[in-house]
Design a protein around this ligand. Structure first.
Ligand code: ACO
Length: 218
């Protein structure tokens, strides 16, 4: 289905379509980014400037300029190349086929560490419906299953209550405070480090959500 030319033995778990996991609004799926995502990516990123700016790394150009449709092919190529090298899994979050956000698993390290970070955003018209939680659970299960990782980390600012709630619901644990960790919205910001290892997942992260009544298997 996906023709990224990836050596699946060298980079297990990519490319892949993950889900669905149903929430009240519909079926949440993770699928690889596509070149033809340009229009959706640009429209959603521009209309979510206010939601995203306080939490994302500082960018060089103005937000709207950076998120023009024409910027996507270059960004897509960079992400695709990183995915081919096996260090990044760039997913779109879909609900019943609609592009509603993105989830990325990055800095994949193999060998004795087998760790990566996870990050995500959801369009403001779709927030508050359990979509990010379901998407992160799918990402965790994919990372700990087909990708073969042992640990996932997430860094989040102390004031990002919604994202901290998402991580806690999925089973991430707070490990500590990273002082002046990342340049976000023009300043070095402290971030809390959350993490999870395979030992902490009872059956699967998706199953934990289903048992808690937060999602349903189809
Ligand atoms: N204070 C406390 N809790 C809050 C607040 C708040 N201000 N706002 C939302 N919440 C809660 C919601 O009630 C919900 O919890 P509940 O299900 O127990 O009621 C939870 O936070 C949100 O859960 P979801 O509905 O699964 O998440 P959603 O789909 O709304 O997406 C997200 C959350 C991704 C944080 C979205 O708001 C967003 O894209 N924000 C901007 C970008 C961002 O912050 N991304 C995360 C950066 S950190 C990282 O990637 C590790």
């Amino acid at each position: 289905m996906f023709s990224w030319g990836t050596n699946s033995r060298a980079h297990p778990g990519w490319p892949a379509r993950v889900g669905p996991l149903d929430v009240a609004t519909g079926g949440v799926v993770l699928r690889p980014i596509k070149l033809r995502d340009a229009a959706d990516w640009s429209r959603l990123r521009i209309r979510n400037q206010e939601l995203l700016l306080p939490w994302e790394p500082t960018g060089e150009a103005n937000w709207v300029v950076r998120h023009q449709r024409g910027s996507w092919p270059g960004l897509y190529s960079v992400l695709k190349a990183e995915a081919k090298r096996g260090v990044l899994l760039p997913f779109v979050i879909e609900v019943d086929g609609a592009y509603v956000g993105q989830l990325t698993i990055g800095n994949l390290q193999r060998g004795a560490v087998r760790s990566a970070w996870i990050g995500y955003w959801v369009d403001k018209e779709w927030t508050g419906q359990g979509i990010a939680t379901a998407a992160v659970a799918l990402g965790v299960d994919h990372a700990f299953g087909p990708v073969g990782l042992h640990r996932l980390e997430a860094t989040v600012q102390p004031t990002n209550a919604a994202s901290r709630t998402v991580l806690t619901k999925v089973g991430f644990r707070h490990e500590g405070l990273l002082k002046r960790y990342m340049d976000v919205d023009g300043r070095w910001r402290d971030h809390d480090l959350f993490a999870m290892t395979t030992e902490e997942v009872v059956s699967s992260a998706s199953e934990t959500l289903v048992r808690a009544g937060r999602a349903h298997f189809r």
